[in-house]
Design a protein around this ligand. Structure first.
Ligand code: FUB
Length: 452
């Protein structure tokens, strides 16, 4: 008995599976995470398929409660939001203040042909966002805004390439006091670049400013090209900055990289981008995340890119409604706005699948319900555990509903779904597009009928 008790519980080693990059159905770039109300919201740019330049037209929002299952909130901000903008939906950051969400982005001003910083505002982290000013907040031809709000309530806007600027924002977050100030780019503050007399320091672009334990951090894309991620620290929000070294070396088949750092559920996370998806590269980038721990002296360790990503922070509850567009890894699918609200998963063909990681079935599930639509003759949602070809615990038939946004709810019995599992929704049927799925939910209990 004693010997048995001392044997550790058998842990099934799970094969190393990719959870990076975070999104597989569109290319994403320039991550800007924001923690709000128990979730991390991730604001990104969007590289067009097959892009050969930074021809970016809109931004995207994603969110997660566990760092591995990411909900697609679509595109609540685009160039069209700014009537005065003509192109270049580049790297921005959203912050929260007073129950509102302010998203600062660089875009090209049609009237001047120069890059400017616009600000959009929303009452929710997922938008809809509207242009707060109807004109640029600030314009000097430079890019990549980052906003930091200090403990005393003073907000700062930082931006720049090739220079580095800051200006104090007023409490309304849409105007500023004084004039933009150029931060001295000294080699003591930002490291030494060799080979480019015009740019003697490592600072390139993409500042990300925050404060931790009284120390101010400025993380940035360094050198060009390819970039790596470096950082400096200072005793105050305006410096003086001291160069501290590399956060992430040059890696990952994109010649740019872009930092975003947050603490979430007691851990620290570093967001970046690379070219890791099929077809990926410098203009077809993807956002990824790594968990890290600060060194005892507050310095940041060197973080390398992985395709496993961060460990899951918690589990996913299958007994509440889950959006189909909450995905750890999607294969073959796309998303779109659903007529019922939110987003749905669509363009599903035979063999496509969604992975939802760490689903806590507990004692077991008895049935599965899904909100589905089909403008063709439908298909089947297979519920599998562990892999796309894993054990089938349920099969739900989806009929033609008369339209891709004509929604109905289907249910089916479930058997054998217990404990915490990676759930795969695998879609099968004939040729062409089979069905759309908006949300799903399991019911706890014991199945009366085994899956067919
Ligand atoms: O995504 C367009 C530009 O590439 C961003 O503004 C820069 O930070 C670089 O990532």
């Amino acid at each position: 008995m004693l010997a048995f008790a001392l044997v550790p519980a058998v842990v099934q080693p799970s094969a190393a599976r990719a959870d990076n990059p975070l999104v597989q159905h569109v290319y994403t770039a320039d991550p800007a995470p924001l923690v709000h109300d128990g979730r991390v919201y991730l604001y990104t740019g969007h590289d067009e398929d097959g892009s050969t330049y930074f021809t970016m037209k809109d931004w995207r929002v994603w969110s997660s409660a566990d760092m591995v299952n990411w909900t697609d909130h679509g595109s609540p901000l685009s160039l069209a939001t700014f009537s005065w903008a003509s192109a270049d939906a580049w790297a921005g950051q959203a912050v929260q203040r007073g129950g509102r969400f302010y998203w600062y982005v660089p875009v090209k001003n049609r009237a001047t042909g120069r890059m400017a910083i616009g600000v959009a505002v929303a009452d929710s982290p997922t938008g809809p966002f509207r242009d707060a000013l109807g004109r640029p907040l600030v314009e000097n031809g430079e890019i990549d805004p980052s906003v930091f709000i200090d403990d005393n309530g003073q907000a700062y806007l930082y931006w720049g390439n090739p220079n580095l600027w800051y200006v104090k924002l007023n409490a309304d977050m849409t105007s500023y006091a004084g004039s933009p100030t150029r931060i001295p780019l000294t080699t003591a503050g930002f490291g030494t670049r060799t080979g480019d007399p015009n740019r003697p320091t490592l600072y390139e672009e993409g500042p990300w400013v925050y404060k931790r334990n009284g120390l101010y951090y400025l993380v940035f894309a360094a050198k060009c090209c390819s970039e790596f991620i470096a950082y400096s620290t200072a005793p105050g929000p305006t410096g003086p900055w001291t160069y501290r070294g590399t956060v992430m070396p040059t890696q990952g088949s994109s010649f740019t990289n872009h930092p975003g750092i947050v603490d979430f559920k007691g851990n620290s996370y570093f967001f970046y981008h690379n070219g890791a998806l099929p077809g990926g590269g410098g203009y077809t980038r993807s956002v990824a995340v790594e968990r890290f721990s600060y060194n005892a002296d507050g310095t940041i360790p060197t973080i390398t890119m992985t395709n496993t990503g961060a460990p899951q922070a918690g589990t996913l509850n299958p007994y509440v409604r889950q959006e189909a567009e909450t995905i750890a890894w999607g294969s073959g699918i796309e998303t779109e706005p659903a007529a019922e609200g939110g987003m749905n998963v669509g363009w599903i063909e035979n063999g496509d699948h969604l992975k939802v990681k760490g689903v806590a079935f507990g004692a077991g599930a008895s049935s599965f319900a899904a909100r589905v639509a089909s403008g063709s003759s439908g298909g089947t949602v297979e519920l599998r555990l562990g892999s796309p070809n894993g054990t089938v615990v349920g099969r739900c038939g989806v009929p033609g509903t008369g339209g891709w946004q004509t929604w109905t709810t289907v249910t089916c019995p479930v058997s054998g779904a217990t404990g915490t599992q990676d759930l795969y929704l695998r879609f099968t049927g004939g040729s062409g597009y089979l069905l759309n799925i908006n949300w799903w939910q399991f019911t706890a209990g014991t199945a009366l009928t085994a899956p067919r």
